[in-house]
Ligand binder design. Structure first.
Ligand SMILES: Cc1cc2nc3c(=O)[nH]c(=O)nc-3n(C[C@H](O)[C@H](O)[C@H](O)COP(=O)(O)OP(=O)(O)OC[C@H]3O[C@@H](n4cnc5c(N)ncnc54)[C@H](O)[C@@H]3O)c2cc1C
Length: 424
């Protein structure tokens, strides 16, 4: 257990409404969403007992650098922290570092830690995120299989990248491609093995998959599409191998599995909360128990931009939903309706996505892939619903405004590079 300093909070927030319920708020998960929820509770005036429980030993931090600057060694893990130590201290919360919640007892409103301690709550916020999906294939227990979710994962993998090393990345999604790019930039030989017929198949349209494929191949990464993995083995020289369905064995120094995330919703499920591929919440981040809220990668929330419930795995959502859940816990009811935004950095290319592009949309292109910078707009009628593009951050900021304003646009002007986005 670390720093129990409620007096700091009382001093920092002297006008806070301490006499109003709730008196104790417990947050499970000290990641990005949990960290933002804690900060927001204080900045919104909550001066009661605030407990932040996290099974990692690190204070709340952001994960995007873990597959980029931290993995390459360009930045220390500490640089990913959500706030400076003094700011974290000043929150005056009970930070239970390295503590795991085993069970939620809703009948008496308590969480039970694995060490046997019980903590009472008035409001509980679940920010338990997710864990890297494992591949239960033959030989998986015979060789080291790396995944990338935590600081420890990045620190374990980093020394295995570099000149003379070879890495096989199983999974051509975001994490897999970012690891591949970082490893390649460190001088390693890299093979990406993807079962689907294109990269990031679940999240981007085919044209963007093509762009990513061309980018990785141009950097010297071997990308195998439609390639089944049968299992793993240890070669005679002791190095690990990935065994492919076509009989090829890829021998390497490190195998990285990047095949997605499993939401940590077990606590919620065991407590009888509604779950559906994550913890189901309403627009105010409330679960099926109004005293329990959820935010971040674990939460499945209604999304008006998609017209359905979504579980978002993004930096933006972890922050904004963490803030929204904290406000909701305090009774400040504002619907959380984020326009989904995601970015990825690979070999100096910055790709951004606003909204949810679908096959039903009409696509309008602005710019040329050959220039390395273009935007694809996704329209329903004359209204832009989503936009995606590499190295086009400025245009995409305008695209975001177009999407949010829901105003009809002239598709010809949108496609015309001679018409500045600011004039559309
Ligand atoms: C390597 C990597 C790179 C990324 N890059 C990008 C990017 O470029 N752009 C982008 O938009 N998004 C990116 N993301 C996604 C983004 O980082 C996540 O969406 C975000 O971290 C989710 O935050 P969270 O707080 O919901 O979950 P987490 O950060 O996973 O935090 C959840 C915490 O809860 C803890 N926990 C779980 N169960 C318990 C329990 N029972 N008791 C105690 N503690 C528990 C977990 O151990 C964890 O510490 C990346 C993610 C990763 C892993």
């Amino acid at each position: 257990m670390t720093a129990v300093r409620p007096e700091v909070a009382a001093a920092a927030y002297p006008n806070a409404g301490a006499d109003t319920a709730p008196r104790t708020i417990v947050i499970i998960g000290a990641g990005q969403a949990g960290g933002w929820a804690a900060q927001t509770l204080r900045s919104e005036g909550f001066a009661g007992r605030l407990v932040l429980i996290g099974d990692e030993m690190h204070p709340p931090h952001e994960r995007p650098p873990l597959s980029k600057a931290v993995l390459s060694g360009a930045a220390l893990p500490e640089t990913a922290r959500l706030m400076k130590s003094e700011a974290f201290e000043a929150l005056g919360l009970e930070w239970r570092a390295g503590a795991q919640v085993r069970r939620i007892d809703r009948t008496v409103k308590e969480v039970l830690l694995t060490d046997g301690e019980a903590l009472a709550y008035d409001k509980l916020i679940l920010c338990t995120g997710g864990r890297a999906r494992r591949l239960a294939l033959p030989g998986a227990d015979q060789v080291p299989l790396h995944t990338l979710r935590t600081i420890e994962d990045a620190l374990a993998l980093a020394p295995l990248l570099g000149p003379g090393r070879s890495v096989v990345v199983v999974g051509g999604g975001w994490i897999g491609l970012e690891v591949a790019a970082t490893a390649r930039q460190q001088g390693a030989e890299v093979v990406v093995v993807e079962t689907q017929s294109r990269l990031c198949e679940r999240t981007v349209p085919a044209e963007i998959s093509e762009h990513l494929l061309a980018l990785h191949r141009a950097q010297g990464t071997r990308v195998l599409l439609g390639a089944g993995v049968l299992g793993f083995a240890q070669a005679a020289d002791g190095r690990p191998e990935v065994l492919l369905a076509d009989g090829v064995a890829l021998r390497c120094d490190a195998i990285v599995i990047g095949i997605g995330l499993v939401p940590n919703d077990e606590l919620a499920r065991e407590a009888g909360l509604e779950c559906e591929g994550g913890v189901v919440v309403d627009a105010q981040c409330r679960t099926s128990d109004p005293d329990i809220l959820a935010a971040g990668d674990v939460a499945v929330a209604p999304n008006p931009w998609a017209g359905r419930r979504l579980r978002l795995e993004s930096w933006q959502n972890a922050q904004e939903q963490g803030i929204a859940a904290a406000r909701s816990a305090l009774g400040h009811m504002v619907d959380y309706q984020p326009l989904p935004w995601f970015w990825s950095d690979q070999y100096g290319m910055n790709l951004q996505i606003y909204g949810i592009p679908t096959a039903a949309h009409r696509v309008v292109r602005r710019g040329d892939a050959a220039d390395g910078s273009f935007v694809l707009f996704y329209l329903a009628g004359d209204v832009v619903q989503a936009a995606i593009g590499p190295n086009a951050a400025r245009d995409l900021r305008f695209a975001r405004r177009l999407i949010e304003q829901r105003k009809p646009v002239d598709a010809e002007r949108l496609a015309d590079m001679g018409t500045p986005m600011s004039k559309i």
